[in-house]
Design a protein around this ligand. Structure first.
Ligand SMILES: [Zn+2]
Length: 354
């Protein structure tokens, strides 16, 4: 009874396993097992790589991109990879899973970089040698942590300049030269009165008339970069174009004089934080103006004179032109202003390098 039960058990084992080819009999002897004739109950599952299963199901994985804070340009195209899970566990594309496995897919999402706060010094930029240096200000910027793009700026403490170097002084500035007709006339008038000014030269014109650029320096005036080709859209140009315009203008001055200009003035007053930063990066200080008699529109000399006299006060920076067209009335106005401004109690500032 016991013996036959053990034999039956052995036969069942033999039927279930192809590996079992020998049987141990109940009395200890070894007997050859019969070839298994029954269909094997266990069938190995078909497995496939995760990548194949996703392809079969038409699922395309997407990475999320890291985008910059302000312009949303792509900083890292695959910053946030998609995630695939099987039975709650992460799997890679090469992992093999059963054919019917239920995979869960979380696509990567685009994300904007985080912002950081950064405090920087700000500078009073309208002194142009008129004022003694004062206390720099503090500006708090919110910038992209990766791109450095400025999203917002807040003045924590405004910059201050010191008192006027020469009490009661105004600064004369001349733009858009050098011009072979008008620049010498302006220089002659200034020399007669022992007055010095800032000349904001256009790179292209400075290359044409390097002798005039050298004369400006030789006679004690100060040079200012006014871009290569008087780009009035500097603030909206692509960064590389704006940087190139500023660099080429400065280079023209350097070629003519062996000195780099220390001031920069944006043509048409097209200032922006980017333009100011580019100028500073290239070692120049932004030079703005406070009195604009619009002499470039060629009003009569007396109109230019009246506009300047009405607006000028201690610390004024007066914008006039010695190039860019017929500057007859500008030169005539200058002749009068060199006499009339001192009569109003104003004096002429001695421009200094930035
Ligand atoms: Zn100009």
């Amino acid at each position: 009874m016991i013996r036959s039960a053990r034999l039956i058990g052995a036969a069942i084992v033999a039927a279930l396993s192809t590996a079992l080819v020998q049987l141990q009999m109940a009395d200890g002897s070894i007997a050859a097992a019969p070839e298994p004739s029954a269909v094997i109950a266990y069938r190995a599952p078909v497995v496939r790589p995760v990548a194949d299963l996703l392809a079969i199901q038409g699922i395309r994985l997407r990475s999320g991109r890291l985008l910059s804070a302000r312009t949303h340009r792509v900083l890292r195209p695959t910053a946030f990879p998609p995630r695939v899970k099987w039975a709650g566990q992460p799997v890679s594309l090469a992992d093999e899973v059963p054919e019917g496995a239920a995979l869960s897919v979380v696509q990567g999402r685009d994300q904007v970089e985080r912002l950081v706060r950064r405090r920087v010094q700000s500078h009073a930029d309208t002194h142009a040698g008129l004022y003694l240096p004062g206390a720099p200000g503090i500006v708090e910027l919110r910038v992209g942590a990766v791109s450095g793009e400025v999203v917002s700026r807040r003045v924590i403490r405004p910059s201050k300049h010191g008192p006027l170097r020469i009490p009661g002084s105004v600064l004369l500035t001349f733009d858009d030269g050098p011009d072979p007709t008008w620049t010498p006339q302006v220089l002659n008038l200034l020399r007669q009165r022992h007055v010095h000014a800032v000349f904001c030269v256009i790179g292209r014109e400075a290359r044409r008339h390097p002798d005039l650029v050298r004369r400006i320096v030789r006679e004690g005036h100060v040079l200012c970069d006014h871009t290569e080709s008087h780009d009035e859209h500097l603030a909206t140009e692509p960064l590389a174009v704006a940087r190139g315009q500023i660099a080429a203008g400065a280079q023209a001055v350097w070629v003519a004089t062996g000195q780099r200009p220390t001031w920069f003035r944006a043509p048409g007053g097209a200032w922006s934080p980017m333009v100011e930063r580019l100028a500073r990066e290239q070692g120049m200080t932004p030079l703005k103006w406070t009195v604009d008699p619009r002499d470039w529109q060629r009003p009569a000399a007396r109109v230019i004179v009246a506009r300047v006299l009405e607006a000028a006060r201690p610390g004024s920076i007066v914008l006039m032109h010695d190039g860019g067209g017929d500057r007859r009335t500008s030169a005539a106005a200058l002749r009068s202003l060199l006499v009339l401004l001192p009569r109003m109690g104003l004096r002429f500032a001695e421009p200094t390098p930035g």
